[in-house]
Design a protein around this ligand. Sequence first.
Ligand code: UD1
Length: 421
Amino acid sequence: MDYLKIKSTPSLSGTIKISGAKNASLPLIAMTILAKNNVIIKNLPHVADIRTLLKLLSNLGAVCEFTDDSVNVDTSTLTETKATYDIVKTMRASILVLGPILARFGHCEVSLPGGCAIGQRPIDLHLKALEQMGAKIDINAGYVQATAPDGLKGCNIIFDKITVTGTANIVMAAALAHGTTVITNAAREPEVVQLCEVLNASGVKIEGIGSAILTVHGTSGELINIDEFSVIPDRIEAGTYLCAAAITKTELTLTDAEPKHLGSVLAKLEEMGCTFTLTHDTITLHPTQNLKPVKIVTQEYPAFPTDMQAQFLALATQADGTSIIEERLFENRFMHVSELQRMGANITLNGHTATVSGKCKLSGTDVMATDLRASSALVLAGLVAEGETNVHRIYHLDRGYDSLEKKLQNVGANIERLKEK
Ligand code: UD1
């Protein structure tokens, strides 16, 4: 197992190229199950979750060739329809194959994902929506067994809660369904928008893209032809490196980014005193030497993303004053707090709200990553902590950050990947 050793880094400088978005790539790879042709997807990030999903598709019989940062997926050879526990347990987003496999083959089995470090994360809304579309769903021996021998049928679905992968799953199911599916209270995340845009460009008419009401006109089971496309930039990776610039109080430029997807994150950094120069695909952060405290509530897009909460919590430790960060999406997404406290952060947790009293003098020590974004928060803290910080269990980080330590090394961070003894 690897860990990261980080030494206090007084300043960073240079540019960081942003990779393709992990959370966009996953549904887009699952979408290839709906295709009749070989699909080429470009600008994929080199992260473990992508490899896991490609392995899942290969296990089902698809042929996936991953070269450089693109993949060529041929699902014409896909015959198996069971996503087994050994893969699903390593990545909950494996549930994304349920909608497209069921829509194409009329049956699908997916292992229930089980517990998760940041909360319960049920999939009841995915299943309820598929049942409304005419699927018969049984839970048996830890597996979701779904059948729809006569195909799925379009209907009106109103999600009780906004769910990102739930919306993606149902959009993909609806793409091959008979008739029209109207999804109300749909997720509006840019990753869902790209999925809809690619499907729309492939002949599945979708109205309301980017809004909370999506209308998907199904192809009645006919597979679709998907042209080559590129994955959108990773807004969470970009947000994380902006926090790295802000916490070290240095200027950094991100390239291949999409500033339009980062509105709420840039707004919070501005509230803290940072300023920006933006082009259509670059973001330069101009730091402030006196970070101001901030109030944050995590919510669905376009509000502030839960996937940036941990990084801002680390950043708030270096602000002068009291910051308040409320987590509204996941009930247990504060595992990084106790690790940051061990580094000297002054944080009080009260239910879903963290109060950070800055400015805290952080000291390096051994800390443990507990989930993907918590890992990067510890890296950020390590950049400004006195001495040496060792971040263990970085397999969480490797799930979603493409070459994090190399990208940070290139801009002058004192960080290296080492093997646990
Ligand atoms: C996705 C992202 C994840 C991000 C999250 C919220 C991917 C691969 N992952 O996760 O990085 O943190 O959105 O922006 O894109 N819920 C239910 N029942 C369901 C589904 C969800 O109660 O059937 C609840 C969840 O427990 C959570 C909320 O709805 O409280 C939002 O979850 P959801 O949007 O589904 O998260 P994911 O799609 O799993």
